[in-house]
Write a protein that binds this ligand. Structure first.
Ligand code: BGC
Length: 261
C-alpha cells in the first residue's frame, strides 16, 4: 500500500460540522478520531424568515466564531432531500429552499468549500461510526423523531442517502404527520398512545427493510425508556447515543471522508 493510500481515509484530524435546524444553527469542530467536539459548540437562533441568504449568513457567523484553518472540511446538515448539494424538498422549511444549492450558497457566504447533507443522514451516519450502531455489520436503519421523521440507511458502513422514510404513506397518512414527536406534542398524546403509532410505523418499516438494527434518534430519544420498551418488533431497536451532537458530528465526518468509513 502506498503511503498516500494508507493515510487517505484514516480518522486523524478535525473537521467542522454545522446543524441547520428550524430554531437554531449550531456548529462545532469535531475530532474525527473520537467523534467528540474539540471546542464547545456555538448556537445562533435561525433567522426568520429562514431564507437561504439569511441562513447562509448565520452559518458564516457560526463558522467565524471559531479560528479555523482555511482548508478544514466543513459539512452542513439540512432537513430536506439533498442531491449533489441541492435541496429538492422542503417538508418543514421555507419553500424558497427548493432548488437551492445549499452547499454553494453556504460555501459563498463562508468563503469555504462545504458539503451539504440531509439532517437524518448526518445523524445516522454519526451513530454508525461513533455511536449506538458502531461495529454493527449489515443493514442499520436510523430513524430520527422530531418535527418530522428522518431516516438514514447504512449498509456495512455505506450510507444510502435520502431514504425519506418519514414520508411513507401508512393507513392513508404521511407517516410523520401521525408518528413524529411533533404529532405527539400537537395531539397531546401520552407516551403509551404515541407508542401505538410508533408500533405501526416501525412494523411497516421493518417489514420493508429487514434491518439488523434500528436506532432511534431525535431529541425525544433521551426519553426512550418511556416508549421503546412498549414496542414489540422483530428487529432490535435501541436509542441513539450521540443525542443532539449527532448532526454536527456526522456532517463533519462526511465532509472529511466523503462517506467512506
Ligand atoms: C424531511 C426529511 C428530514 C426529516 C427530519 C422530513 O420531513 O422530508 O428530509 O430528514 O424531516 O428533519
Amino acid at each position: 500500500m502506498s503511503k498516500d493510500a494508507k493515510h487517505k481515509h484514516t480518522d486523524v484530524g478535525t473537521a467542522f460540522g454545522i446543524d441547520i435546524g428550524g430554531s437554531g444553527i449550531k456548529g462545532a469542530p469535531v475530532d474525527l478520531g473520537s467523534g467528540e467536539f474539540v471546542r464547545d459548540r456555538v448556537r445562533i437562533p435561525t433567522p426568520q424568515p429562514a431564507t437561504p441568504e439569511a441562513v447562509a449568513r448565520t452559518v458564516a457567523e457560526v463558522v467565524d466564531s471559531f479560528d479555523l484553518d482555511k482548508d478544514v472540511p466543513i459539512g452542513v446538515t439540512f432537513p430536506a432531500v439533498i442531491l449533489h448539494g441541492v435541496a429538492q424538498s422542503a417538508a418543514n422549511v421555507d419553500d424558497a429552499w427548493i432548488g437551492t444549492d445549499v452547499a454553494a450558497t453556504v460555501g459563498a457566504a463562508t468563503g469555504r468549500r462545504v458539503l451539504a447533507v440531509n439532517d437524518a443522514d448526518a445523524a445516522g451516519y454519526a451513530e454508525v461510526v461513533y455511536g449506538a450502531a458502531r461495529d454493527v455489520p449489515g443493514v442499520v436503519l436510523v430513524v430520527t423523531l422530531g418535527t418530522g421523521i428522518g431516516s438514514a440507511l447504512v449498509v456495512d458502513g455505506v450510507l444510502v442517502p435520502n431514504t425519506e422514510l418519514g414520508h411513507l404513506e401508512i393507513d392513508g397518512h404521511d407517516a410523520e404527520s401521525r408518528a413524529s414527536d411533533a404529532a405527539r406534542d400537537r395531539e397531546d398524546l401520552s407516551f403509551a398512545q404515541w407508542a401505538q403509532r410508533l408500533q405501526r410505523y416501525f412494523s411497516v418499516v421493518e417489514n420493508l427493510f429487514w434491518p439488523d438494527l434500528i436506532v432511534v434518534g431525535g431529541g425525544v430519544s433521551k426519553k426512550h425508556e418511556q416508549f421503546l420498551p412498549l414496542l414489540d418488533l422483530r428487529t432490535r431497536i435501541v436509542p441513539a447515543q450521540l443525542r443532539n451532537a449527532a448532526g454536527i458530528v456526522g456532517a463533519a465526518r462526511l465532509a472529511a471522508t466523503g462517506g467512506r468509513v
